[in-house]
Design a protein around this ligand. Structure first.
Ligand SMILES: Nc1nc2c(c(=O)[nH]1)N[C@H]1C(S)=C(S)[C@@H](COP(=O)(O)OP(=O)(O)OC[C@H]3O[C@@H](n4cnc5c(=O)[nH]c(N)nc54)[C@H](O)[C@@H]3O)O[C@H]1N2
Ligand SMILES: Nc1nc2c(c(=O)[nH]1)N[C@H]1C(S)=C(S)[C@@H](COP(=O)(O)OP(=O)(O)OC[C@H]3O[C@@H](n4cnc5c(=O)[nH]c(N)nc54)[C@H](O)[C@@H]3O)O[C@H]1N2
Ligand code: SF4
Ligand SMILES: [Mo]
Length: 764
């Protein structure tokens, strides 16, 4: 059974989608949420230090902070304030709560309800056969987990899942624990998120990260914002784009939906933003069909090649292509075969729109392409991003000011976790350095990623699951299959701040290990500690919590992992876990010796604003096998749905943090008091003979014959491209087949699922 809802649903009201984002209403909205969760004093204490130098890093998205000198006093957005308030809440989940509610009862609660119960306060265990969680001491809890780990036939029967909320120090220790124990099974939320970006960028540029800085964005001539909704998911990106525009740059938005933030922006912290009309963000909005981006960039690349034919020596950056790249000829020969009929069918755009964008590209000396889940979560996500790279390489838009690739990362430290070694396929030089530093031989066989981890649990190859800082059950595709997988485990354990469905859909034995959040003060035996994070632009900086912890029984993530390691691994003379727990500076000293770019970590991170990790691409050094940037040849593909079906994308509302809805609204899209809604083009509704607000089930169509059904949705007429629809995640994860993944990156295709809408059965 999937999550059922006992929220105040079905109060659906719909207002016209907003055409601008942020501004005063957003600020009051955020404060309203904060004060509903906690006191004025805690709100003030947290919000005043968010994203300030040496303060608390916003636990929201990975958008970077401006340099210390340019930092505004309120350097956070509406949603950042909500994320902080949600963590700083005064509500508490106690042992009494678990006595009152059985696991089965909690399993029938909605994601929203579970989160609203407040912060977890002490370790809890659900013993084999028991119906309730009961209190357990830290020693016994970690001993139990260690015993289960050591009882496995092979370390590869355990999974260590992480989400990008985890800080660098704890992430480094977690991967050290997993590898010293003997496995590379380190699935993470990146597998579900930007893995396609990493795959494409590693292959073509030799580094799986973005290449631009905030300054590049500010001073670029042309910024593409493709497949992302910054007004909701990276709100401060709008301030950066506003700056681009003020400096004379242009912005092109590519999205199936006319997202509010892409249209117009009112800066919440500036008088002109609060009072004025705001800044128009997108100079051009391309309302693309889902999955049409590969075709769009192929068309742009063909136009560039043809423009070069017409005026040789004026369009392409020949010096760059010759000195720094490989594969141009094969790419170019293929690009010239791309046909307009295909392009127009795949994109749903008019030829003039694409030609106009082409002219803007020709007029721009520097170009940046930003993207997020609208590109990565498609079957052909990796080829699409490779084609974006082709597009930039043609005019040498890599490794110079105002130009480059900008995958906009999700969780605040998801990029840092990868840098720290959270990856099931860490390269050999990293493993060698880790082994040298700590005197052991890390396993070399690749581990399981998130999707393969679910398969392994389903068929009994993995039986112990430790999840850190996420909600694996709800984040993963194919909810029914994932839930079966978790229930088959001998033991599931979660290091969490708040209650979620992963605690209720659990193994035979289950542990809840509650931890400090980013905003909590962290005092260890060597004194008060801070942690570090890396943002989407490779800036590494300090985060320090200020609040009294939610409970006296909480341990930090570093402490939990260090203690678990001692219990699991026994005596490890070369790995001083106790010292790591006492003083995180000693963890950073080790990171400095293992991870390239972190030399002298403790000193450099103490500087205001921290430091930026070197990216070899800046100097046009490409760490690919050929030592050059790689042009690729990508087969044209498009998404098709059979007649009477729609391509569904699953996305975030304005009032949620990933698997955690904060409220039932999606203000910018005009949806209020309901989440089980599906946005559909009015022409499709007419063709499907469905009335606006009709109640339907969403039924997945996939070739394995399994029926995947999300029940009880209301249809809302919305300007989606014909043949496509949109609905919120995680309610729709049940529809994403486990086997429907992006080629190469293995990321679930959360933005391209074929469904039909079935009128809800009468009375059902
Ligand atoms: N408030 C808030 N902030 C967040 C999060 C959150 O849940 N809430 N989550 C964080 C995380 S982990 C992540 S990864 C990011 C996600 O940030 P986004 O990628 O912005 O998140 P989504 O809501 O999945 O939105 C995807 C966007 O891509 C568009 N899209 C869908 N399919 C296509 C397509 O085929 N082509 C194009 N061009 N566009 C398409 C959708 O219409 C939508 O605007 O946000 C981070 N920030
Ligand atoms: N259908 C569909 N599925 C998707 C997506 C989609 O667009 N569509 N997006 C995917 C993406 S991009 C991502 S990143 C994943 C997100 O997947 P996850 O990162 O696994 O999920 P979150 O919802 O961010 O996790 C929320 C939980 O994290 C815990 N937590 C919060 N803060 C802390 C902390 O400081 N420390 C610890 N230890 N725990 C903490 C809380 O207990 C909370 O309940 O979902 C993916 N799934
Ligand atoms: S843009 Fe992202 S990191 Fe910045 S305050 Fe908003 S949620 Fe936090
Ligand atoms: Mo993400």
């Amino acid at each position: 059974m999937s999550a059922t809802d006992d929220d105040p649903t079905d109060d659906l009201t719909v207002t016209p989608p907003k055409t601008w984002a942020t501004g005063l209403p957003a600020v009051t909205h955020a404060l309203g949420y904060a004060l509903g969760q906690t006191t004025v004093r805690r709100t003030a204490l947290t919000l005043l230090t968010v994203n300030q130098t040496g303060g608390t890093d916003c636990p929201g998205c990975a958008w970077p902070d401006p340099g210390p000198a340019d930092r505004h006093r309120n350097e956070y957005c509406e949603n950042g304030a909500k994320h902080i308030a949600d963590e700083a809440t005064s509500r508490r989940v106690t042992r009494e709560f678990f006595r009152r509610h059985s696991v089965a009862e909690l399993g029938a609660k909605s994601d929203l309800w579970l989160n609203q119960q407040g912060r977890l306060t002490e370790p809890m265990v659900k013993r084999s056969g028991a119906e309730h969680y009961e209190p357990i001491g830290w020693d016994e809890a970690l001993g139990l987990l260690a015993t289960e780990l050591n009882a496995l036939d092979s370390p590869d029967q355990a999974l260590f899942y992480t989400s990008g909320r985890l800080n660098n120090e704890a992430a480094f220790l977690l991967q050290l624990l997993a590898r010293a124990y003997g496995t590379n099974n380190l699935p993470d939320c990146s597998n579900l998120c930007h893995e396609s970006s990493g795959s494409a960028l590693n292959e073509t540029l030799g580094v799986g990260k973005g290449s631009v800085t905030l300054d590049d964005i500010h001073h670029s001539d042309l910024v593409f914002v493709v497949g992302q909704n910054p007004g909701t998911n990276h709100p401060r990106m709008l301030s950066a784009l506003e700056e681009t525009k003020r400096n004379g740059g242009r912005v092109i938005a590519v999205n199936p939906l006319p997202e509010a933030g892409l249209m117009r922006f009112k800066h919440p912290q500036k008088a002109r933003g609060i009072l004025g009309r705001g800044t128009a963000i997108a100079d051009r909005f391309l309302q693309i069909r889902p999955g049409g981006d590969l075709a769009l960039f192929q068309a742009l690349n063909r136009l560039l090649l043809e423009a070069e034919d017409a005026a040789p020596g004026t369009v392409l950056d020949h010096a760059f292509v010759e000195e720094h790249s490989t594969g141009f000829d094969a790419f170019a020969a293929h690009a010239r075969t791309i046909g307009w009929d295909d392009v127009l069918a795949a994109t749903g755009l008019r030829r003039e729109e694409i030609e106009d964008v082409h002219r803007q590209v020709l007029a721009s000396r520097s170009v940046i392409v930003c993207w997020a889940m609208g590109l990565t979560q498609h079957k052909h996500g990796v080829p699409t991003i490779r084609e974006v790279v082709n597009f930039l390489l043609l005019r040498g838009n890599i490794g110079r000011p105002g130009a480059g690739v900008c995958p906009v990362r999700g969780h605040s430290n998801v990029q840092g976790d990868r840098t720290m070694g959270i990856w099931e396929r860490m390269p050999q030089p990293f493993l060698d350095a880790l082994g040298r530093e700590f005197g052991f031989t890390p396993p070399t066989a690749h581990g399981l990623d998130s999707v393969d981890g679910i398969r392994a649990m389903l068929d009994g190859r993995a039986t112990v699951f430790l999840g850190v800082a996420g909600n694996f059950v709800r984040a993963s595709p194919d909810s029914d299959a994932t839930e079966r997988a978790m229930r088959r485990c001998r033991l599931t354990a979660h290091i969490s701040t708040k209650l979620n469905r992963s605690h209720t859909v659990c193994g035979d034995t289950a542990l809840i290990l509650p931890t400090l959040g980013r905003s909590d003060r962290d005092v260890q035996s060597a004194g008060e500690q801070f942690v570090t994070v890396e943002d989407s632009m490779s800036e590494v900086h300090v985060s320090r919590g200020r609040l009294a912890p939610a409970s006296d029984h909480l341990l930090s993530e570093v402490a939990i992992i260090a203690r678990l390691a001692r219990r699991t691994l026994g005596d490890t003379p070369r790995i001083p876990w106790e010292e790591f727990e006492a003083d995180y500076g000693t963890v950073r000293d080790r990171i400095a010796r293992v991870v390239p770019g972190f030399e002298d970590f403790n000193t450099r991170v103490a500087a205001p604003g921290g430091f930026r990790l070197p990216n070899p691409v800046d100097a046009r050094v490409f760490r690919t096998p050929s030592g050059r940037a790689v042009f690729t040849r990508n087969e044209f593909t498009m998404l098709r749905a059979p007649a009477g079906h729609l391509v569904l994308q699953t996305l975030r509302s304005h009032d949620q943090w990933n698997t955690v809805p904060y409220a039932m609204d999606d203000r910018y899209r005009g949806i209020h008091h309901a989440r089980r809604v599906v946005l559909v083009n009015p022409a499709d509704l007419e063709a499907l003979n469905l009335a606006d607000r009709a109640e339907v089930d969403l039924v997945g169509v996939w070739h394995d014959g399994v029926e995947r059904r999300a029940r009880g949705f209301r249809v809302v007429a919305y300007p989606t491209p014909p043949g496509s629809a949109a609905a919120y995640y995680p309610e729709t994860n049940v529809l994403v087949p486990l086997d429907s993944v992006a080629d190469i990156s293995n990321t679930p295709t959360s933005k391209g699922i074929v469904v039909r809408l079935e009128p809800a059965a009468a009375g059902g």
